[in-house]
Write a protein that binds this ligand. Structure first.
Ligand code: FPP
Length: 255
């Protein structure tokens, strides 16, 4: 049971060459958990874990791009993360500045388009500025979409989307009975992307934590014990290999 729930890199170095290039998940979403525990284990402050986590974001973005993933969504800050100590929140809000300052040349070289979803008007001005600049600079890139979820919450997103859908119905003098799944989906922050095929969570926790609640209805889940700063290209390949061995039925039956 335990081994089925957790999938650990078993030292198979050649896993990338065994992947089917035709069945790479189009959209991978990741709950990057365990930065704090990674730091604690090394007697470092929690922010050191986040800094190392940012380096992993760089590595995994490059890996996903090279593997042909179309969209990589990373849960960087939830609407609940404001409850953390001030110093940690401030550090997390500065990470995008550091990230884009140091990684923009690679993002351009890899043809990556940056997208950031979430409630941005309450973010510090410097954070808002770097994410707007990054989206603007990369807007004509046609490769991987690197989608950060920043001050994002799945329930809040569903409420906002439903409100927008209802406004659209009212403007057309329609009623709540005319509300459809398609209309709600059209107002989600991810409406231009396919739903995630694969949801990965690091660090051993097996929960969804208010992440993309609507969009993960049929995603395959993959949990790995490693903390996010230790997550590697190899681990990503391992997750994709596991995904490729699953049978997706979308509520139907096997023919
Ligand atoms: C969860 O680990 C991690 C976060 C809440 C922050 C994730 C942010 C990054 C990985 C860096 C993002 C980089 C950019 C460019 C935005 P935790 O702190 O909850 O770990 P713990 O559960 O071990 O305490």
């Amino acid at each position: 049971m335990f081994n089925k729930l957790f999938n650990n890199n078993n030292g198979n170095d050649d896993i990338e060459s065994q992947l089917s290039k035709e069945n790479i998940p189009k959209h991978i979403a990741i709950i990057m958990d365990g930065n704090g525990r990674w730091a604690n284990k090394r007697f470092l402050p929690r922010i050191a874990g986040h800094k190392e986590g940012m380096n992993t974001v760089k590595k995994i973005t490059t890996s996903a791009s090279k593997l042909g993933v179309e969209v990589l969504t990373l849960y960087a800050f939830s609407t609940e993360n404001w409850k953390r100590p001030d110093e940690e929140v401030q550090f997390l809000m500065k990470l995008p500045v550091d990230f884009f300052e140091t990684f923009m040349p690679d993002l351009m070289k890899e043809n990556v388009r940056v997208h950031v979803m979430g409630y941005h008007d309450v973010l510090p001005k410097h954070t808002q500025k770097v994410i707007t600049d990054a989206m603007d600079k990369t807007k004509n890139n046609t490769g991987l979409v690197l989608n950060f979820a920043l001050n994002y919450g799945g329930r809040a997103e569903i409420v906002s989307a439903t409100q927008a859908a209802m406004r659209e119905l009212l403007a057309q003098e329609l009623t709540p009975d005319d509300l459809t799944e398609e209309l709600i989906a059209k107002h989600l922050m991810t409406h231009t992307f396919p739903d995630p095929d694969l949801l990965i969570r690091t660090s051993g926790e097996m929960r969804v934590s208010n992440f993309m609640l609507w969009q993960i209805a049929y995603s395959e889940f993959y949990f790995v014990e490693k903390h996010w700063p230790d997550f590697s290209h190899q681990d990503l390949c391992e997750a994709i290999a596991t995904y490729q061995n699953r049978t997706r039925r979308f509520g139907g039956i096997l023919k």
